[in-house]
Design a binder for this molecule. Structure first.
Ligand code: KG4
Ligand code: ZN
Length: 347
């Protein structure tokens, strides 16, 4: 089946054509239009995001079909991000998708944004299949999941405060980097001295069993703030501060994910979400799991927000026979379908 997918949950207007045969999902064409307007505000302005989506969504869809070399007549279903995200922004994609599905008489599926992130690596590697352990790290979420099957997501850990991407962005603003700052921090950290700043690794040592797989990043962010305040030359120390912060964040993400994968006996670890673009994170994860588990990460354009991942997840749900009707509603908060309460380790 061939699916047209839309993603408008935040500040990227994206459409994609994904073809799925069984477990193999192939990206036939994709457009990601990033909204530059937010840069001057240092964060995404929801109302501006909605307006920009509305102004461009039609053209983004047309351009994507052209790029894929298909017509609407060759599309078998429509997938769209239902939530979570900015309500006004989501509303543009959902309304567009519902209208198109109704006009063309096509089945419609609303997709959870995080399930999209989980499916992203499938587009490049059909061998990415459950069971696996997943680390989802985006601007809004940090979740550690055990995934015995697609659609069966066991929450084994999450952040108690800031999301991992949020921590990168907040540290970025302390270091005067433009929003979002994750990629800039990674670049700066490469030039930084790892020995100059050693920041805390929150919830890593001597934690209660209940927090074994949970994360906390707000204390780390405060430690960086203190170091910035103490520095007599932040411009000189920037790369070292970025390195110290990134090393601490990665150390915690890697240690907990590797421990969870081993405890659940999984030999595949999937990284998803914008922070999974971080090459140092993927490299450290591979080193930590060497001999025990393979680490699957999509290329950066499929890890940050994009419609390809929504098409990969949506086509799986459509093939399983799921459908949404015209009552499908955009939701700013939305539980991940199939998410179970935390369960204990099996080892
Ligand atoms: O998944 P995503 O595109 O949007 C959300 O669903 O939130 O993730 C965006 C987050 C931002 O916080 C951004 O700073 C972070 O991903 N990010 C990175 C890198 N590239 C993007 N964080 C660390 N290293 C990177 N290379
Ligand atoms: Zn995302």
């Amino acid at each position: 089946m061939r699916v047209l997918a839309l993603e408008t949950s935040c500040d990227e207007t994206s459409a994609a054509v994904v073809r799925r045969e069984g477990n193999v999902a192939t990206l036939e064409g994709m457009t990601i239009l990033s909204q530059d307007v937010h840069r001057i505000f240092g964060g995404v302005v929801p109302e501006l995001a909605s307006r920009a989506h509305l102004a461009t969504v039609g053209r983004v869809v047309d351009h994507t079909l052209e790029r894929a070399g298909v017509t609407l007549g060759e599309i078998d279903g429509i997938a769209v991000t239902q939530g979570p995200g900015l309500l006004g922004a989501l509303l543009v994609g959902v309304t567009w998708a519902k209208t198109l599905a109704w006009r063309e008489g096509l089945p419609l599926i609303g997709v959870h944004h995080l399930e999209g992130h989980l499916f992203a690596p499938v587009l490049e590697d059909p061998k990415v299949e459950p069971p696996f352990t997943a680390l989802l790290v985006s601007g809004g979420h940090t979740m550690l999941l055990d995934v015995p099957a697609w659609g069966d997501y066991r929450l084994i850990g999450q952040t108690r405060d800031d999301a991992a991407g949020e921590a990168f962005d907040k540290v970025g603003s302390l270091l005067d980097l433009p929003y979002p700052a994750g990629a800039a921090i990674e670049k700066l950290a490469r030039e930084g001295d790892p020995a100059r700043f050693t920041f805390p690794r929150p919830l890593l040592k001597g934690v209660a069993e209940a927090d074994r797989w949970n994360f906390s990043f707000s204390g780390l962010k405060t430690a960086v703030l203190r170091a910035v305040q103490k520095s007599d030359d932040v411009a000189r120390d920037r790369a070292d501060l970025a390195r110290g912060f990134q090393d601490a964040a990665i150390a915690v993400l890697v240690a907990k994910t590797a421990d969870a994968a081993r405890a659940h006996g999984r030999d595949l670890v999937v990284l998803g979400g914008g922070v999974a673009c971080n090459g140092a994170l993927a490299a450290a994860m591979r080193t930590a799991l060497e001999g025990d588990a393979r680490v699957a990460v999509a290329t950066p354009k499929l890890n940050t927000d994009n419609a390809g991942m929504i098409g990969a997840a949506g086509s799986w749900r459509l093939l399983a026979g799921e459908r949404h009707g015209p009552e499908l509603e955009a939701r700013d908060t939305l539980p991940l379908p199939g998410l179970h309460a935390p369960t204990g380790a099996t080892a």
